[in-house]
Ligand binder design. Structure first.
Ligand code: GDP
Ligand code: GDP
Length: 455
């Protein structure tokens, strides 16, 4: 590395940064108007339109990446939905419940100017039950005179209230320090799986694509009695199902079965749920209703799974209803709308007739294998060397940027760091990704490539 002009410490740092595993998840919960969205904006350090687009406008985006004191984590924002549908207590509780479930730690936001309300108390009970680490944020303490208000919140029994002003940033640094203490290094749900528990599947898709039908079909008689499996702690919303001789954990199936009929806010609710399920899973099975046009919503759900870095299978359901014409147009749509995830294994199924159910498990296994693939550094560099000499980067400004060497910094999903002598254009990056896929497979998995340029 040294003779290529990179400092060995830079190289190691870059590999470590790129190789991070799945990030721990922080949920920000609380009543409406306490300042959750404002606080999320503060935490992610961007003035995104999280606050502006309220009320009533649905947002699909509910998780954001954040960094504090060199540590990265995800933030789930629950500020974006209508509360007046179920009645305030029920809706706040439901919203908080999903978010808490998906999270490794929680920031509970209370409006210090108002003090603790009954709704706040209800959330406290949920937090106690969930047993996740909680950081209590006493918000709207815009100046020293508000500190006394914050102190009252000791009464909630959640430990020290952290006085903050989400709006002005006051106290948020100290609060974030407390958050880092509360957050585990890696998400509990994931990967460390020392005991080799069942692999976790999120069955996701927009309403009415057939998720609950599919789940019922695959579960069938095979539903596993939890106690039979030694050492499995089961979440009430997860379901263990035996398929193809293996036990799988379908996460967040309660969300599939229990239909929540909401008008307003329903899309946001569904997004939160999807995000939560994806966070908990290793592989996402995205169900698409093949009888209908592929929609923006389908694409957003796919994007969620890809951005979360999960393995992915796409299942086209309701195949029994397709005539020849629809099949023809579906193939065109898949090419144009879903070309960017052509790497995902595909199955054409019918939850109604049971068509191709047996193909689901092999597809999932393929995706998980791709997701865990590790390319040895020697092989990778032999491949890069050949690729660079056969297809050099276009010359820019009289210079030719070159990929000098690379390494795979992590798996689940595969993450690569490439070291280059100059700026590598997006088109060339995509070309490298394509060739990496051709060479090494990576079926069913997103791959990350970051490029470091020599100073
Ligand atoms: P959410 O419904 O909990 O997401 O709350 P929002 O983030 O939308 O904030 C609700 C209102 O409280 C908005 O008008 C914010 O500008 C205001 N707000 C949020 N944080 C603070 C704060 O620290 N101080 C003051 N004074 N107002 C705040
Ligand atoms: P979910 O909202 O995604 O859980 O969807 P459901 O499982 O509730 O299914 C929505 C509707 O589609 C129901 O009327 C199902 O009977 C129907 N459905 C689900 N799968 C199939 C299928 O493979 N073929 C046909 N023809 N209908 C299906």
């Amino acid at each position: 590395a040294a003779e290529e002009g990179f400092d060995i410490e830079d190289v190691e740092g870059a590999i470590e940064a790129a190789g991070h595993g799945p990030l721990p998840v922080l949920a920000v919960v609380g009543r409406p108007n306490v300042g959750k969205s404002t606080l999320v904006n503060r935490i992610i350090g961007r003035r995104e339109a999280v606050v502006e687009d309220k009320p009533g406008v649905t947002r699909d985006r509910v998780t954001y990446e954040a960094e504090w004191a060199g540590r990265r984590f995800k933030v789930v924002d629950t500020g974006g939905w209508e509360q007046d549908v179920l009645g305030i207590d029920a809706s706040v509780a439901a919203q908080a419940e999903y978010a808490i479930e998906a999270a490794d730690a929680v920031v509970f936001v209370v409006d210090a100017k108002v003090g603790a309300t009954d709704t706040d108390e209800a959330v406290v009970r949920l937090l106690r039950k969930a047993g996740k680490p909680v950081v209590l944020a006493a918000n709207k303490v815009d100046g020293p005179s508000g500190e006394a208000d914050a102190a009252y919140l000791w009464n909630l029994g959640l430990g020290e209230p952290h006085p903050v002003s989400a709006l002005h940033g006051r106290g948020t640094g100290d609060m974030l320090d407390a958050v880092l203490e509360a957050l585990p290094e890696a998400p509990a749900q994931t990967f460390g799986t020392a005991i080799g528990g069942p692999r976790r599947i999120a069955l996701i898709g927009r309403p009415n694509v057939g998720k609950s039908s599919l789940l019922n079909k695959v579960a069938g008689e095979e539903r596993v009695v939890v106690n039979e499996i030694a050492g499995t702690t089961r979440d009430p919303v997860d379901e263990l199902i035996e398929l193809g001789g293996t036990t799988w954990k379908f996460v967040d199936t309660a969300g599939i079965r229990k239909r929540v009929h909401l008008q307003q806010g329903a899309d946001y609710y569904a997004s939160l749920r999807t995000a939560a399920a994806v966070e908990k899973a290793e592989v996402a099975v995205v169900l698409i209703d093949a009888s209908e046009n592929i929609s923006v919503q389908d694409q957003r759900i796919i994007t969620m799974a890809v951005e979360a870095g999960r393995a992915m299978v796409i299942a086209y359901n309701k195949w029994d209803t397709l005539d020849e014409e629809r099949r023809y147009y579906l193939e065109r749509e898949i090419e144009t709308e879903l070309g960017q995830v052509a790497w995902a294994p595909r199955v054409n199924v019918s939850a109604r007739t049971g068509r191709h159910m047996e193909k689901l498990v092999p597809a999932i296994e393929t995706a998980l294998a791709g997701w865990e693939t590790r390319v040895p550094t020697g092989r990778l560099n032999a491949f890069l060397g050949e690729l660079v000499s056969a297809h050099p980067h276009p010359i820019r400004g009289g210079k030719q940027p070159r990929i000098l060497f690379g390494t795979q910094a992590g798996t689940k999903p595969p993450r690569f760091v490439l070291f280059a002598s100059g700026f590598i254009e997006a088109g060339y990056r995509r070309f490298i990704e394509r060739r990496l896929r051709e060479e090494f497979g990576f079926e069913g998995t997103p791959i990350h490539i970051s490029v470091r340029v020599r100073e």
